[in-house]
Design a binder for this molecule. Structure first.
Ligand SMILES: Cc1ncc(COP(=O)(O)O)c(C=O)c1O
Length: 374
C-alpha cells in the first residue's frame, strides 16, 4: 500500500524486450527464413540484394552494400575511402567504441573530440583544433538516434578536404533537415544488430553511399577482394551479409516508420512528464528528426537513480559508462581524464530509460511515475 492508501502495482520493465516484436512477427519471419532455405541463398544472394535496393531507396542513397555488422561497415567504409596506416580519423569521444574501431581496423588512428554540451553529438566548434596534416576523415555519430549537425561538420570537412562518414548505427530513419541519414556524407554506416531500431535475427550491417566507385570497392573488399568469382584484385575480407538477414530485414523495413513513430510518442511523454524531474535531457534542434534508439537522461547521482528504478522493477541501461578516450584499448594514445569534459560528464551521469515500440502506455506511465518519485 502507498501512503495514500492506494494499492501499489509493481511492473517489471526491461530495458528492451525483443521477444514482443518477434512474437508479433513470428509467422512472417519464419516464412521469410524458409524462403531463404528453399532457395539455399545463404550468403549474399537475391534476398540480400533485394534488401540493398529497398534500403537504398528508404535512405535516399544511391547504393547500399550489405555487410556482416556495423563494425564491418565502418571498417570497410574507411578502407574503401583509402584510409590506412599513418592517417587520422576524427571521432566523437562519446560513442559506442566501434566508431573508433573503424579507424583502428583500417590501420589509422582515431582522434577524439568532445561533444556539444547540450545536443551530446559531435561539437563542430571543437573539430578544427584536432585537424592535422594526417587527418583524412571525420566520423560523426547520429547519437542515440539524433542526427549530428551535418551541414556544420560537412563545411569543416570540405574546407580541409576530408571525407565525411556518418555513423548511422543508432539512427535508421532519423532525419536531418527532412532528409533521412545515410546519404548525407561520403558513406553511411549502419548496424542491424538485433537490438537496433531495425534489427536482424543475428549480426548484420550496411554501408550507404552515392558513389558508384566507393560502393564497388566495398562490395569487392567484403567478398575476398573480388567482384568476379576467383579473380582477386586485392587482399579482401569475408564480411558479407547472410541471406536470412536480408530476408528478415526486408520484411521488418515495412514496419520501421511505425516503430520509430511509437518511440517518438514515448519520448514525447518522457520529455513532457519528466520536465520537472531535475534530470537533463538531450537538446534536439528543430532540424533534427530523432528516432530515439535510446532515451537518455543525465542525473546528478546516476547510481542512486538506477538503484531506485531497479528496486521498482524498471531496468535502465548506461550508454556509455566510459568514453572512448579513457578506454584501456586506447590508453597508448595518451589521453587523460579532463580532456573532454562534456563527454566525461555524460558518461558519469547518463541513464537510458526503457524505450521500445512494444511498450504499453501503462508501462510508459509506470516508468514516468517511478522516475518522478525519486
Ligand atoms: C554508434 C555505433 N557504432 C557502431 C556500432 C557497431 O555495430 P555492430 O554492433 O553491428 O558491429 C554500434 C552498435 O553496436 C553503435 O551503436
Amino acid at each position: 500500500m502507498s501512503l495514500s492508501g492506494e494499492k501499489e502495482i509493481r511492473l517489471n520493465i526491461p530495458f528492451l524486450d525483443l521477444k514482443r516484436q518477434h512474437a508479433a512477427l513470428k509467422a512472417e519471419i519464419i516464412e521469410a527464413i524458409s524462403r531463404v532455405i528453399d532457395d539455399t541463398a545463404f550468403s549474399g544472394g537475391p534476398f540480400v540484394e533485394e534488401f540493398e535496393r529497398e534500403f537504398a531507396a528508404y535512405c535516399g542513397a544511391s547504393y547500399v552494400a550489405a555487410v556482416g555488422n556495423g563494425t564491418d561497415a565502418l571498417h570497410l567504409a574507411m578502407r574503401a575511402l583509402g584510409i590506412g596506416q599513418g592517417d587520422e580519423v576524427i571521432v566523437p569521444a562519446n560513442t559506442f567504441v566501434a566508431t573508433a574501431w573503424g579507424a583502428s581496423h583500417a590501420g589509422a588512428t582515431p582522434v577524439f573530440v568532445d561533444c556539444h554540451p547540450e545536443t551530446w553529438t559531435i561539437d563542430p566548434a571543437r573539430i578544427e583544433e584536432r585537424v592535422t596534416a594526417r587527418t583524412k576523415a571525420i566520423a560523426g555519430v547520429h547519437l542515440y538516434g539524433q542526427p549530428f549537425d551535418v551541414a556544420a561538420v560537412k563545411e569543416i570537412a570540405a574546407r580541409h578536404s576530408l571525407f565525411l562518414i556518418e555513423d548511422c548505427a543508432q539512427a535508421v530513419g532519423a532525419k536531418y533537415r527532412g532528409k533521412r541519414v545515410g546519404g548525407l556524407g561520403d558513406a553511411g554506416c549502419f548496424s542491424f544488430y538485433p537490438g537496433k531500431n531495425l534489427g536482424a535475427c543475428g549480426e548484420a550491417g550496411g554501408v550507404t553511399t552515392n558513389s558508384a566507385g566507393l560502393d564497388a570497392r566495398i562490395r569487392s573488399l567484403r567478398s575476398h577482394g573480388s567482384l568476379v568469382k576467383y579473380y582477386h584484385d586485392e587482399v579482401g575480407y569475408n564480411m558479407r551479409m547472410d541471406g536470412i538477414h536480408g530476408a528478415v530485414l526486408s520484411l521488418k523495413l515495412k514496419y520501421i516508420d511505425a516503430w520509430n513513430g511509437r518511440r517518438l510518442d514515448i519520448a514525447r511523454r518522457y520529455r513532457e512528464e519528466l520536465a520537472s524531474s531535475g534530470l537533463r535531457m538531450q537538446k534536439t534542434p528543430e532540424w533534427a528528426g530523432h528516432v530515439y534508439h535510446l532515451f537518455v537522461v543525465v542525473a546528478d547521482d546516476r547510481e542512486r537513480l538506477r538503484k531506485h528504478l531497479e528496486s521498482k522493477g524498471v531496468f535502465p541501461g548506461i550508454h556509455y559508462p566510459v568514453p572512448c578516450h579513457l578506454q584501456k584499448a586506447y590508453s597508448h594514445l595518451g589521453y587523460r581524464k579532463g580532456d573532454f569534459p562534456n563527454a566525461e560528464a555524460l558518461s558519469e551521469g547518463c541513464l537510458s530509460l526503457p524505450v521500445f515500440p512494444e511498450m504499453t502506455d501503462e508501462e510508459v506511465e509506470y516508468v514516468i511515475k517511478m522516475v518522478n518519485t525519486f
